[in-house]
Design a protein around this ligand. Sequence first.
Ligand SMILES: [Zn+2]
Length: 536
Amino acid sequence: METLYRKYRPIDFDTVVGQDAIIKTLRNQIVKGSIAHAYLFSGTRGTGKTTVAKIFARAINCPNEINGNPCNECPTCKSAIEGTNLNIVELDAASNNGVDNIRKIIDQLEYLPRDNEKKKIFIIDEVHALSGSAAQAFLKSLEEPPEHVVFILATTDPNKLPETVLSRCQKYSFKRINIESIVNYLKKICDEEKIDIDEDALTFIAEKSDGSMRESISKLDRVRAYTSSDKLTKENVLDILGIVDDDDFGKLAKAVNETEIETAIKILSDCMERGKDISQFTNGFIWYLRNLLIVKDIKEPIETLNITKTNFEKLKSEAELISKDVLIYFIEELSKTVNLMKYDENRRVILETALIRLASPETNFLESAVMARLDNIEKEQREGRVYKVIDKVDTNLKSENTDEKKGEEAKEEKRELKLTPVTMEEIEKVTDNWKTIAASTSKIFRTVMMDSKPIPGNEKEPGFIEVQVNEKGTKFLKKFDNYKEIETALSNSAEKIISKNIIFRLVLSDDKAYVKNTTWKLDDAYDKINMNVGEE
Ligand SMILES: [Zn+2]
């Protein structure tokens, strides 16, 4: 069966979709008879470069050109359509990139066009793929082509072409085709082919083809192969093409961001049960997150993303829920995951591990993870959650204090009461149980606390345990006004272990009480404590 793409490939300029400006210029040149020696068509796959090159080549030689269009009826046009016209030579440099291939072309340049046609036209596809020596040989011909020669070069990667080539061509940049145009064209095909399919499904196909008409049509072709008597839905398309729905990715992103590990794993497992491919899933998720990032940061995202307005609005509201730093962190981590998956058979395990790690940012103390946590904190602060916790601590203190005395006086006395020197035994217990004690702080501080070191407080304040926070931790904590919440949590947790209320005080790395490379030695601690206890 003929593929839909071949069958519906445009044969004149009127039916080319989405490249209006380029088409207009080329038609004008035909009408005026002002044809250049070399053209360069660049653009992503499936945007119509080769199709337009073929139509343009026919139009150049067609004696009955109509408004810049080839007539497609005369012997010149007909032989060109059948691929037997000797004045149109095509070379796909992707598969024929050697110097010999280009020599064959160079050798033909001198001969005049046959059958009294105007020009000899050379279409070289993927011209950037020519080998070094081939490109070198070709460049000479391009510098001084005979009067009767026209080159039409096409490339997906113009950056790989030397300036010497670029400067000799009229350049045309093919845009990705917008969703609406693709959907309309797909509809037309479906009408003629009697394919019964939801518009939703067509939009989905178009969006998943990244502005490529060829890709869209070939997806439709694959879906058509499964046509039953029923109407094809978006669900069918998802299943047949093995693509994961953005709805699922949206839910997954939300779950991971809100540290809902169970939900995240369930979404993955549901998708796997529906037969989705794990690599495609991972890449799809990264792409989805990238779209969220673009929605946040780019001025005209609809054009960049090439999606419908409805889906843009949806994406936008989803993007508002996750911060930019978190998104960058997710994308970076998942990209590493994709690499890991290449070398390991347990791809699902790797992805699950990654999702769990992302959903528990306190397990990772990378810069971006810190930023991710910081963002969450800021957000929570905006929503008043953290303040509430801190306020609560304050209120507790106050209410205890107002029992008998008032204000500073009461506070002082309360503090006095607590200043029972810490014993060596207590310090050791705190150190031995530090992970547990640190884990009692709220999630966002946990990693910082676990990385910090408890040491006996200085001589003047023997009732304290100092928690030495390293530079990284300090950088993170600096964003907060006070550390009461942390210190209270440490104190409460330690009390359960040593049955005594000890005050913990955080010492940041820029505090003069900070001890670099804190590995407190037992002897020093004994000295300190003996000194403290001695006063008792
Ligand atoms: Zn013709």
